[in-house]
Design a protein around this ligand. Structure first.
Ligand SMILES: [Zn+2]
Length: 310
């Protein structure tokens, strides 16, 4: 469907509105020391790399879920060498393509790590991305940064540390290549930027994130959780199933209101004036970026909104 002038101008306004903002973790990655926080005997979280880095240990083998920014990859390797002398990163799983997650791909692949991701993550890393999220053009990454083990659908298994880890696609939520990683023995679920924690979720519509996909992804994540499951989300804070449910309640409410507004033929201004996040703002902050992305991304799914919110 050709984009209408109204939508075109709205997109342009959106680009301008978010100019200066950055993908979470891409800006403000000051060179403060990285910090390694134990999550379990054989599991840890690295903070300060631009995005949470989860480290699993098995003897002298390491598995990382996300690697942080490229600018921090040297510090990350030094930190790992200090905490795990003689160990080598065998696997790096990217939860999605964003550079705060995939920035260490070159460095770790260069040291022999196998890069695992969803196929769409490989495709986005291999092409130019014009991001409406932070009004920035991301050029293709080098061949070395591209994941070498990808999948399209279904739950995948990976043997590491005497157990079978599970990783699975969360279709079209934060991006169209999000995956989660589950560590059964530690009952820990890594959810990337799909689980936002305390703030408003981020929807990268330029690589096909959308709010209805996020509702579905949260259902998938919650099905993997019991009350004790620890969930590592966007900021690295340990979340619980109840946090995922609260985020889903928010997304479902806003999606329902977007649908009602579309079907009444309202404009963006009328929708915005209805304060569609009114009961959530006190706890979650400024909804502007989330609302705009949710509204624009839903244009591509107008018929699906009726199904998702039924
Ligand atoms: Zn992201």
């Amino acid at each position: 469907m050709p984009i209408s002038p109204t939508r075109r101008s709205l997109l342009a306004a959106s680009m301008a509105a978010v100019a200066g903002l950055a993908l979470p973790g891409l800006a403000g990655a000051a060179h403060s020391p990285l910090r390694l926080v134990p999550l379990d005997d054989d599991l840890a979280l690295v903070e300060g790399a631009g995005a949470p880095v989860v480290v699993a240990v098995s003897g002298r083998d390491l598995l990382l879920v996300d690697g942080g920014l490229a600018a921090r990859s040297g510090d990350l390797l030094r930190l790992l060498a200090q905490h795990y002398p003689g160990a080598q990163v065998r696997f790096l799983v990217n939860t999605h393509w964003h550079w705060d997650r995939s920035g260490a791909n070159e460095a770790l692949a260069g040291q022999g790590a196998r890069l695992i991701a969803h196929e769409n993550t490989r495709l986005w890393l291999g092409t130019e991305v014009r991001s409406t999220l932070d009004a920035r053009v991301y050029p293709p990454r080098s061949a070395r940064a591209l994941p070498t083990q990808t999948f399209f659908d279904g739950v995948q298994g990976l043997d590491f540390g005497g157990q079978r880890l599970e990783y699975a696609l969360l279709p079209q939520a934060h991006t169209d290549g999000d995956l989660s990683v589950y560590f059964p023995r530690q009952n820990l679920l890594v959810a990337g930027d799909v689980a936002s924690g305390s703030g408003y979720p981020v929807l990268d519509t330029s690589t096909n994130g959308w709010i209805g996909g996020m509702v579905a992804a949260l259902t998938t994540l919650m099905a993997r959780c019991d009350a004790q499951t620890r969930v590592i989300g966007a900021t690295g804070t340990v979340l619980r199933k109840a946090d995922l449910l609260a985020q889903q309640d928010l997304c479902f409410a806003v999606l329902t209101r977007i649908g009602q507004s579309y079907y009444k033929g309202e404009t963006w201004a009328q929708f915005q004036a209805s304060a569609p996040t009114r009961e959530f703002d006190a706890a979650r902050g400024d909804p502007a970026q989330f609302l705009r992305a949710a509204y624009e991304g839903a244009w591509n799914h107008v018929n699906e909104i009726r199904r998702v919110t039924r």
